[in-house]
Design a binder for this molecule. Structure first.
Ligand code: THU
Length: 130
């Protein structure tokens, strides 16, 4: 599968991030199984702990629109290296999108690593653990 459009949407979403404290913008684009795309950017706060990551804003938007099945998430940032989702976002993606989704971690628009979420979150704690 070609994720070109998804990557472009993540790049666009990054431009809308609100990151005045870290100056580190992150953009995410989440692809549903039926081809819809939901985007997110990180949203910071003067009370730093209230910051929300780009990946979670995208997932929460999608879930609240009724989406349940996902194929992939593309993530881009201001880093010059591949961006890797934080631990909290891995856990939320596992819960709401499943461990089989593709995670596209961008260095730039032409250079990325593609892994399965289960590779980023081995020995995961999920509803099957309860
Ligand atoms: N950030 C994300 O949006 N996603 C991640 O997976 C890692 C970190 C944001 C949070 C904060 O606004 C900034 O990047 C610096 O940590």
């Amino acid at each position: 599968m070609d994720y070109k459009l998804l990557i472009e949407e993540a790049e666009k979403a990054k431009t809308k991030a609100y990151a005045p404290y870290s100056n580190f913008r992150v953009g995410a684009a989440l692809l549903t199984e039926d081809g819809k795309i939901y985007t997110g950017g990180n949203i910071e706060n003067a009370s730093y702990g209230l910051t929300m990551c780009a990946e979670r804003t995208a997932v929460y938007k999608a879930v609240l629109e009724g989406e349940k099945k996902f194929k992939a998430v593309a993530i881009t940032s201001d880093s010059h290296d591949y961006i890797s989702p934080c631990g909290a976002c891995r856990q939320v993606l596992a819960e709401l999108c499943g461990l089989d989704i593709d995670v596209i971690m961008l260095k730039n628009i032409n250079d990325f690593k593609l892994v399965k979420l289960k590779e980023l979150l081995p020995y995961s704690f999920t509803k099957d653990s309860l």
